[in-house]
Ligand binder design. Structure first.
Ligand SMILES: [Zn+2]
Length: 348
């Protein structure tokens, strides 16, 4: 979780600097306390035991607007800094503006789905985040803008979040047709990317987290993973793409699921397609920047056409990670395509 800590650290640096310009002298620990209080997470004093993941989103509209705990963070600012209510309100407005500008938020989809986060941490963090919806002591609450908070608030039921259940559901697209993902992973070498960076425009869908109110209220989420495949298409030079001969393209597929409040059932609603280009002048973020060891740093994902299941390469024994299909394990190999030798991102 060191990366998440560094996100909060950079936020803290920005906050101290911005507050100094407005005449508030903030100590490091106070900056952390106000950031955590505004984001609605449990305070840093408990951080050693309860680690909450943070992420930087590429674009707030791809996720949703972060909901802040304005109500309690003003009280907290008064307590920490011994300032009056109006100064605390002014200060918290600055804190929230700095957080919004940073596009850093609690990685709520990861918090919900990551099996490495303990159930106790998950529960404590979500009950704390739920306080962001509280507008007053009189029980006035806001509607959540995220599916994860809608689940925490009991508006939609929590889906089976195990990896096996998510992979099984991802297979079910397009509905009543041959599974797009089974077809993909049985014909191409594909890799499983758990919790890819939300800050990357082509990978942010896995962290998608939205709740829409109204008559057809529903929640929509990424499943916390993307499947990535190195494109095998022949590379040709053209007038428009003179450098395409040196381009490596990685195709990314990200399953999305959703639930309506009316029936409370989670189902697939789409598989989003995107691609990451390496070695082009307009590549903003190369795959090698995101994955220092390239695709080999990820585990392979396989599928079986007979039983229609997806499963992962067995690298480390991990509970709840399906590593074989539901048929006889001996037949699995026949369904698996062989990996090509890795292509160096510097190879021209
Ligand atoms: Zn099978």
């Amino acid at each position: 979780m060191s990366k998440e800590k560094s996100l909060v650290r950079s936020l803290s640096d920005d906050l101290i600097e911005t507050c100094a310009k407005s005449g508030y002298s903030l100590k490091r620990i106070a900056s952390y306390q106000l950031i955590y209080a505004s984001l609605g997470t449990i305070c840093p004093e408990l951080g050693n035991e309860r680690v909450i993941p943070f992420e930087k989103v590429e674009n707030v509209h791809l996720g949703s607007e972060v909901q802040f705990n304005r109500f309690e963070s003003v009280e907290r600012a008064q307590g920490i800094l011994k300032i009056d209510y109006w100064s605390a309100t002014d200060l918290i407005a600055i804190v929230i503006a700095v957080i919004q500008k940073s596009r850093i938020r609690v990685a709520q989809v990861r918090l919900l789905l990551d099996m490495e986060i303990s159930a106790a941490t998950r529960e404590a963090a979500f009950s704390s985040l739920l306080m962001n919806l509280k507008l007053s002591d009189q029980g006035v609450t806001l509607q959540p803008t995220t599916a994860t908070l809608a689940i925490a608030a009991g508006l939609i039921p929590k889906p089976d979040t195990s990896l096996k259940a998510r992979l099984n559901m991802a297979v079910d697209w397009p509905q009543r047709h041959r599974s797009e993902l089974i077809e993909l992973v049985t014909s191409e070498v594909c890799y499983f990317w758990p919790f890819p960076p939300a800050s990357h425009p082509e990978l942010s869908a896995a962290s998608r987290d939205m709740f829409f109110g109204g008559n057809f209220a529903s929640g929509e989420m990424g499943m916390g993973f993307s499947i990535v495949q190195q494109d095998r298409a022949p590379k040709t030079r053209s007038r428009l793409m003179p450098y395409s001969v040196r381009t490596t393209r990685y195709l990314v597929k990200t399953p999305i699921w959703f639930a309506r409040v009316a029936d409370g059932k989670w189902r697939m609603c789409n598989i989003l397609r995107s691609s990451i280009l390496d070695d082009t002048p307009f590549s903003q973020s190369r795959l090698s920047d995101l994955l220092p060891n390239g695709l080999q740093g990820l585990v392979r994902i396989f599928g079986c056409k007979s039983c229609g299941t997806l499963f992962l390469e067995e690298r480390v024994k991990q509970l709840d990670v399906p590593t074989r299909c539901e048929c006889d394990a001996n037949s699995v190999v026949e369904h698996v395509v062989q990996a090509q030798p890795p292509i160096s991102s510097n190879a021209h």
